[in-house]
Design a protein around this ligand. Sequence first.
Ligand code: L34
Length: 307
Amino acid sequence: MPATIISGTEVARTLRAELKEKVARRASSHNGTPGWIPGLATVLVGDDPASRAYVGMKNRAAAEVGIHSRQINLPADVSEDELLGVVEGLNADPDIHGILVQLPLPRHIDEEAILEAILPEKDVDGFHPVNVGRLAVGADDVLAPCTPKGVVDLLLRSGHDPAGKHVVVVGRSNIVGRPMASLLLRRGRGGDATVTVAHSRTPDLGAVTRLADILVVAVGRPDTVTADMVREGAVVIDVGVNRVDDPSAPRGYRLVGDVDFEGVREVAGALTPVPGGVGPMTIATLLANTVQAAEAIRARSEQEVPA
Ligand code: L34
């Protein structure tokens, strides 16, 4: 029996609808307390078409759920100091609760320096070392990276709780693989998994991936996982979004994941497609993180003793 297809598009729609309700509740005033609106700023440097498309999708999704959003476009040759200045301005802006600098950045800019300049409480990507560290020690109220957090949510909402399962993560990037492992290792909801992390230097990758109850593939290379590498009935989450040339496609390319979809669907129990799998969850989770950041910032400011 071929695999059930897990629709990230549908689960993301549900998540956005929930967020839209929550944002609307926060926006209306209660007993004289004025309402408020979460604010997200996205920063796009240069004109990479994929990055531009993703940032545009993020801002549209924010507007759709009632989050105030601002997109800042900077030229590819912007200096590191100028970019740092933009981040500082957003850090100081009380209407902005979430800051996202789309990656990758041009090579002349020190990515680490930029990510470290973002206030940790506004770091809706969860890439600041403070948030990376808090996630690594198992904190449960931390801002966690959108893609792996979206994967956990997708698993839970599609009936594949990772608790007690052996999850094999293929890939060790800072954006997906490493935080994916940290999230799955946490105690409690969405965690409690047994986690193995494999990567490009793992010999006999198939021997490791065949151990997985749940297999998460985040490598960035098509056909990294083929049918022979998947245990019968396993749940396969394909995080890859690769553009491959296809002259017959309208845009001259098509999107494929890291998993050989047609082959793996014959052995897996459930499988995410590309597009329409993890991608939409990444964007919906960014909105959830923006609301989370805004609530934490407001809760902290209410605790402050007035001077
Ligand atoms: N700072 N940089 C920062 N944060 C991120 O979380 C990202 N990422 C990755 C690249 N750089 C980043 C994203 O947003 C990848 N990424 C991302 C987000 C959404 C989608 C893909 C990658 C997505 O929605 N993909 C659609 C297809 C879109 C299309 O047609 O091109 C999908 O259905 O998979």
